[in-house]
Design a protein around this ligand. Structure first.
Ligand code: ZN
Length: 103
């Protein structure tokens, strides 16, 4: 966990969140709902970026804000994966689909 927090600090992200087991993995209202078979460092990083954004600015204000936050979480997650594979922390192009609730 210390390594994850040190990596997030590179992005000025110091998360505060509760993590609880769930049937799906997502962030909502300060809580990370985590499917037990999804507990991996890159998944935690993604959800903890959402926690930082939530602490800084509350819930997503609209669809564009939600997409922006999802891209940011995916980019930081991707940079972590790239670094773990010996890369330089490259940020890749991303494809994002909106959850049904926001369509
Ligand atoms: Zn997300």
């Amino acid at each position: 966990m210390r390594e994850i927090l040190a990596f997030l600090a590179l992005f000025n992200c110091y998360p505060v969140a509760t993590i609880t087991p769930s049937n799906e993995t997502f962030f909502l209202g300060g809580v990370i709902y985590m499917r037990p078979d999804m507990v991996r460092r890159e998944v935690l990083i993604h959800e903890l970026v959402h926690a930082c954004d939530y602490t800084a600015r509350g819930s997503a204000k609209n669809r564009a804000d939600w997409v922006y936050r999802e891209r940011r979480a995916m980019a930081i997650e991707g940079a972590y994966i790239d670094r773990e594979r010996g890369g330089g922390g490259t940020i890749r192009p991303l494809n994002i689909s909106l959850p049904m609730a926001l369509k």
